[in-house]
Design a binder for this molecule. Structure first.
Ligand code: CA
Ligand code: ZN
Length: 302
């Protein structure tokens, strides 16, 4: 199996970035990822103001997939995600819906053992491992791993977990996949700006769908298609974009009329929030879950 160390990483998704490895479609890889703080948070006295914020959100890669061309989808399946034994969550100054209630910046260390996260002696719950950052080289420019856009990036969708396949729109030859920002668990919205931030390893498989791509990454789970919409700041706009993207799939790929798509999403779809930690300078990411049915069997009509 091909392996990539956590020290083979990027800090921005650059349209010109070059791969550290090139693999065929169908290849399985083992990748190691840093926690989003790159190991700078080891104890509860390590609060955000003590950190070098230039070393936040590394993503392991880039991985080029042979034959990937603009207009294709680079499909990455997260076969397994194995968090390390210690993670961290935070109250970050001026971030999040409850920050005005918090008395001080706070770091909480979590222990992770045998699939259980321990916050303190009273509070523990099962892991839901996922990746916050997953993306490819964008159409142009350089987008920090802190942001989310059509190329993916800091999508912070907790559905990007074990068993999910993320269909990423390819903008550059080879696609140039990179993945990081593992969370042992993260709630919808990630309201304080962190999940259980943790390093670890993952087994992934890359594939290609030729000549078809969504406007944003589309997450496939056992029973759902999840579309996304991202903006710099407006949750209304992000929700609108995720709805339009889901409707576009229903109409273009699955033969619905726009009216039936609208009604189907209303009666059977789930509109939700992937990432909305405001105030903060971060992106807003909405998601729409479209159930898999006989009429919606595969992401694209091939
Ligand atoms: Ca994140
Ligand atoms: Zn994170």
């Amino acid at each position: 199996m091909e392996k990539l160390s956590r020290d083979t990483h990027i800090w921005a998704f650059d349209s010109q970035m070059q791969p550290v490895i090139t693999v065929d479609p169908g290849t399985t890889l083992e990748i190691e990822t840093w926690d989003c703080f790159t190991g700078q948070v080891q104890s509860e006295s390590d609060t955000l103001e003590k950190l070098d914020i230039n070393r936040v959100n590394s993503a392991t890669g880039p991985i080029a997939v042979r034959g990937a061309e603009p207009g294709d989808s680079l499909s990455v399946t997260l076969i397994d995600i194995r968090p390390n034994e210690q993670g961290a969550g935070m109250v970050i100054p001026e971030w999040g819906q409850l920050v005005h209630k918090a008395k001080s910046p706070t770091t909480r260390i979590f222990k992770v053992k045998d699939g259980i996260i321990h916050m303190n002696e009273r509070v523990s719950w099962p892991t839901r491992p996922m990746f916050g950052v997953i993306g490819v080289a964008p159409a142009s420019g350089s987008i920090p791993t802190f942001a989310a856009d059509r190329h993916g990036g800091n999508m912070d969708d907790n559905q990007n977990g074990i068993g999910a396949t993320i269909h990423l729109p390819v903008f550059q030859p080879g696609g140039q996949l990179a993945i990081g920002d593992m969370h042992a668990s993260m709630g919808d919205g990630e309201i304080s700006g962190t999940g259980v931030e943790i390093g670890g390893t993952a087994t992934i498989k890359v594939d290609l769908i030729k000549g078809k791509a969504g406007g944003w990454p589309i997450t496939e789970t056992a029973d759902s298609w999840i579309t996304h919409g991202t903006t710099a700041s407006s949750i209304d706009e992000a929700l609108q974009l995720a709805c339009e993207e889901a409707a576009k799939l229903l109409v273009d790929e699955w033969g619905f009329t726009i009216e039936d798509a609208f009604i189907f999403l209303s009666v059977a779809g789930d509109l939700g929030i992937a990432q909305y930690c405001h105030p903060s300078p971060g992106s807003v990411i909405a998601k729409m879950r479209v159930p898999k049915t006989k009429a919606t069997p595969s992401p694209f009509r091939l």
